[in-house]
Write a protein that binds this ligand. Structure first.
Ligand SMILES: [Zn+2]
Ligand SMILES: [Zn+2]
Length: 184
């Protein structure tokens, strides 16, 4: 098991009814947050919370803020997603030991705030399905983009091997690659 960061290792004898501030920075490693090409948390999160005695248990309340590095699902560009003031609220009922480990609760709150769909902007136009040009930057020269769902742009950008070897002539006389045709 990972070692709990000291900030999240709450000494119960220090907690009063007035509350004990639990404030500090936590890295993705401290919280064992998932990290991959699509989504990662290179900067630490800031926890601003307070632990109070409630009857025999402990209540942790506050917020955690930070940012994520995300890769847009449509245009595959990286962008920073701000995660401001994610609510933190956890109740630790008795019997309590000498310490309470707050890691899992804070981790779960952050995970809930992870977006399922990553978009650099709701209006992101994605990549041209034919030539891969990022259509947020400029129109592409091939004239094939911006016709269908941008989701296909991201898929086509993966450069799957051509299923049908023959180039397909387009109306303008230029050549398209084979797999694109299957979409229509
Ligand atoms: Zn995008
Ligand atoms: Zn294009």
């Amino acid at each position: 098991m990972k070692k709990t960061p000291p900030l999240l290792q709450l000494l119960v004898r220090n907690v009063s009814f007035e509350g004990l501030p639990v404030v500090g920075e936590l890295t993705a490693a401290d919280l064992d947050l998932p990290s991959d090409e699509r989504q990662s948390c290179p900067e630490p999160f800031r926890l601003e919370a307070r632990a109070s005695l409630v009857s025999e248990g402990v209540l942790l309340q506050g917020t955690v803020s930070g940012q994520m590095r995300c890769r847009c699902d449509r245009c595959l560009q990286y962008y920073t997603q701000e995660c401001a003031a994610i609510p933190v609220c956890h109740d630790y009922p008795p019997p309590l030991g000498e310490t309470v480990d707050l890691t899992e609760g804070v981790r779960d709150d952050i995970l809930l705030a992870f977006p399922q769909r990553l978009l650099c902007s709701p209006e992101c136009r994605g990549l041209c399905p034919d030539c891969g040009q990022n259509l947020n930057v400029r129109e592409c020269a091939c004239g094939g983009g911006d016709t269908g769902s941008p989701v296909w742009g991201a898929l086509d950008a993966l450069q799957l091997p051509e299923a049908e070897g023959k180039p397909v002539p387009t109306a303008s006389g230029r050549r398209r690659k084979g797999p694109v045709r299957r979409r229509s």
